[in-house]
Each structure stands twice: as C-alpha cells, then as structure tokens.
Design a protein around this ligand. Structure first.
Ligand code: SAH
Length: 257
C-alpha cells in the first residue's frame, strides 16, 4: 500500500516512519510512504506557499497553486483545469478538524485501497478551492485543533498500516484489538506471575483455552459496558454476550437502589 503525503514539513515524517513496525513494513514492501514537499511546487523566487486571507483577519492561508500542482503531478492527474474524476481510485484526503472523525471503521475502509494521498494543512489551513475541487475526502482525528496535519497523517498511516496483512507479526494481532470488534479489548498480562504482590488472574495460568477465551470475552464486554457503554449499541453480540451484559446491568442497577 502506497501513501503519498503532501506537506510543508517533510522532515517530521522519517523519525516516526523509520522506527519499529512501520520501518519493518516498509522494508518488506508492505507499505511505502512518499513524502512530498509542497514548497517544491512553487515557482516564485521566495517559494511562497501561503498568503494573507481575503476579507482580512489574522493568520495565513495555504495558496492553492502549489497544492494543486503537487498533488496533480505526483498522482498523474489530468490538466490543472480538470479536477480529478469523482470515481478516482486514489482517495485524496485532506486532514482537517472539519472532516469526518477518524475511527477504526474508517481505518478498515482505507486499508482497502492500494494508494492514498494525504494532504496536511498548516496555519489557518488550505484555500477553500483545494477542499472544493481537489480533495475527495476530509478526515479529522478528533475534536481539537493542532498546528498542522502532519501528526494526523502519521496517525492515519499508523492505524491503516497495522491492518495490512503481514504488517503485525501475529496474523491475528489486529482482530481482537479494541474497536475492531466494536468492543474494548480484554486486559493483558505478562511475566512475572506476581509483581509487588499483585497476581495475574489465576485463569490465565490454567492452560484451559476455552475458559480463558470465555473470561477474555467477558472482560471485554465488562470493560466496554463500564467505560464505553455507547459502543455496545453497534457491537456484534451473541445471545450469551447479551445475557452477560444484562447481568452486569442488573448488578449496577442493584447498587443504585
Ligand atoms: N482554521 C482551521 C484549523 C487550522 S489548523 C479550522 O478552524 O478549521 C492547521 C492544520 O492542522 C489544518 O489545516 C489541518 O491540516 C491540521 N489539523 C488541525 N487539527 C486537526 C484535526 N483535529 N484533525 C486533522 N487535522 C487537523
């Protein structure tokens, strides 16, 4: 899977991408991240990428010309006058606090593409014509505002990359993760079996896989019930799961009385 990143700060990407799992994924050819400096697509002496906003007010706005030229030339889109076809196979995603809020479903959806373009804003953001006529999707990583789209782009790359088969060492690695099944994941423990007097739950040492699986499922249901009850509405639940949750609910209601 190929990510094409467009940014004014290309230098912030390598330190993260060249570490750990993403580095290995790139070395094995499972992902490729190409970072393009929007400034390289300016033609004036000062390589201007931003300018003051029409209508006044503070801040600077990223100019449309270098952004269009960078994306069009890298993606091999037609002439500057014809916008990308709406059914273009390459999503051109603007990172913006005004986009749809990123989550595991969106990560799964994006993992289905072979190539994705990510456009990082800076300052007050990009000229509105970029949003209207160049990008095909807008994604926010949450309801807060950052100084630029670079961290959001890295977050998106990281979340999407780990869904690509082979990127995680364990082939089932991502299946149980929080949010992938609509539940928070069960708790994990590793050695030692006792640390400062705190013991690992006995059942995990039992070797009884069926009981461990049942315990993990119930832990996942219970944590989701207590921490993120909103998620239960969309989770895939068996009849057994529902009974378990009913049990939790009546316990909580019992306590309220
Ligand atoms: N004035 C803009 C915010 C600009 S923040 C507004 O109010 O909508 C500067 C850049 O940071 C944005 O162009 C965007 O690329 C990035 N950014 C900031 N917060 C973000 C978020 N929550 N999700 C994704 N990108 C974000």
């Amino acid at each position: 899977m190929q990510f094409e990143v467009f940014t004014l700060l290309p230098e912030v990407f390598p330190p993260y991408l060249e570490s750990s799992i993403l580095k290995r994924a790139a070395q094995r050819g499972l992902i490729g991240v190409r970072v393009h400096n929007i400034r390289d697509y300016t033609h004036d002496k000062h390589h201007t990428t931003d300018d003051t906003p029409y209508g006044g007010g503070g801040g600077m706005v990223m100019k449309p010309e270098p952004v269009f030229e960078a994306v069009e030339s890298v993606l091999g889109l037609a002439t500057p006058l014809s916008p990308p076809e709406p059914d273009s196979k390459i999503p051109i995603i603007l990172l913006t606090p005004q986009g749809r809020v990123f989550n595991q479903r969106i990560a799964e959806e994006l993992a289905g593409y072979e190539r994705i373009a990510l456009l990082c804003g800076r300052y007050e953001g990009v000229d509105e014509r970029v949003r209207e006529h160049l990008v095909t999707d807008e994604i926010s990583i949450g309801d807060y505002v950052l100084t630029g789209g670079e961290l959001p782009a890295l977050i998106l790359i990281d979340a999407v990359a780990r869904l690509i088969p082979g990127v995680l060492g364990d082939p089932t690695g991502a299946e149980d993760d929080s949010h992938s099944m609509g539940l928070l994941e069960y708790p994990h423990y590793t050695k030692p079996a006792e640390f400062r007097g705190w013991k690992v739950p006995e059942i995990l040492l039992s070797g009884d896989h069926a009981r461990i699986e049942k315990w993990r499922r119930e832990q996942a249901l219970a944590r989701t019930f207590h921490k993120r009850p909103d998620m239960l509405e969309n989770a895939e639940l068996s009849e057994k799961d529902k009974d378990f949750i009913e049990g939790l609910r009546s316990k909580v209601e019992g306590q309220d009385i």
